[in-house]
Design a binder for this molecule. Structure first.
Ligand code: SAM
Length: 276
């Protein structure tokens, strides 16, 4: 008998993965959490029926949410991830020797615990001495935060507790939590399937950040496969790359300086959403 996991990405679109085994299922105080072993993408972390990450394609998303701003910030010492309980963004942040503190602000402690058990290679940085775990709402945390160099918003889709992470008011809070060289990057969903949301994120970021840009990456298991990230910075342009010779960069599987620059080249249909 074949067993399939189907994510309903919109009312009219699904993605299906053939499942070898269901490894974990629970209802946390915040969401339904599951881990399945899929034939094509390895282990898959699922929250409320939506794929969060898979062993096979996780590096695309995690490298692109983290390496892009960290390659530009001149001295990324204090970095925070809001959401991101799987730990993939933290792993990427910790590759940078300049980073002294990596803060993870995750509302649901169970996501971290399950990621550590089932996705040790993704969650590897969560036990690092430089990592500080805060199990609280990212919105409340950000109101008190100050002098961060880079903040990443690695959230679930804008429903439930993540809804407030997609508002202009929240981007203002992030602006105030960042130092003068500060850069924020937020995952901003699919330009094909959630164009209105991408437009809303860009408008919200642009209200507060003088440099607002969008970049794209190809994440096969996310809706439509074409994923967007929205960049907001106080003064740095995304083209101002630094430290390109660092030897650890040879271990990356998606980010290169060329991919970094190319990711900001937008097809006209995305440009229209962003400029409109
Ligand atoms: N990369 C994934 C994606 O784009 O689908 C997101 C991964 S990560 C697992 C998302 C995390 O955001 C979840 O674990 C969820 O608990 C957390 N989250 C949602 N709302 C939050 C909030 N208000 N504050 C902190 N964490 C939040």
């Amino acid at each position: 008998m074949e067993v399939w996991f189907t994510e309903r990405q919109t009312d009219a679109v699904t993605i299906g993965l053939k499942v070898k085994a269901v490894l974990w299922r629970e209802r946390t105080p915040y969401q339904e959490l599951a881990v399945v072993e899929s034939e094509a993408y390895g282990r898959v972390l699922i929250l409320d029926g939506a794929i969060q990450t898979t062993e096979r394609d996780e590096y695309v998303y995690h490298e692109m949410i983290a390496q892009v701003p960290l390659a530009v910030h001149p001295h990324p010492r204090r970095v925070a991830v809001i959401g991101g309980g799987d730990g993939g963004a933290i792993r990427e942040i910790l590759r940078h020797p300049a980073v002294e503190e990596a803060h993870l602000i995750e509302i649901d402690e169970r996501v971290v615990e399950v990621a550590q058990r089932f996705f040790p290679e993704i969650a590897i940085g969560l036990n690092d001495d430089r990592t500080h775990l805060h199990f609280t709402d990212g919105i409340a945390w950000a109101r008190e935060a100050r002098d961060f160099d880079v903040i990443l918003v690695d959230s679930t889709d804008p429903v439930g507790p993540a809804e407030g992470l997609f508002t202009a008011e929240f981007y203002k809070t992030l602006y105030e939590a960042l130092g003068p060289d500060g850069i924020m990057v937020a995952q901003s969903e699919s330009p094909f399937l959630q164009p209105d949301l991408l437009r809303r994120v860009v408008q919200g970021v642009r209200e507060h950040f003088p440099v607002t840009r969008v970049y794209l990456a190809s994440v096969p298991t996310y809706p439509s496969g074409l994923w967007s990230f929205t960049w907001g910075s106080k003064r740095h342009e995304p083209e101002d790359l630094r430290e390109l010779e660092a030897p650890w960069r040879a271990h990356l599987r998606y980010w290169t300086p060329e991919v970094h620059r190319a990711a900001f080249a937008l097809p006209p249909f995305v440009k229209e959403l962003v400029d409109g």
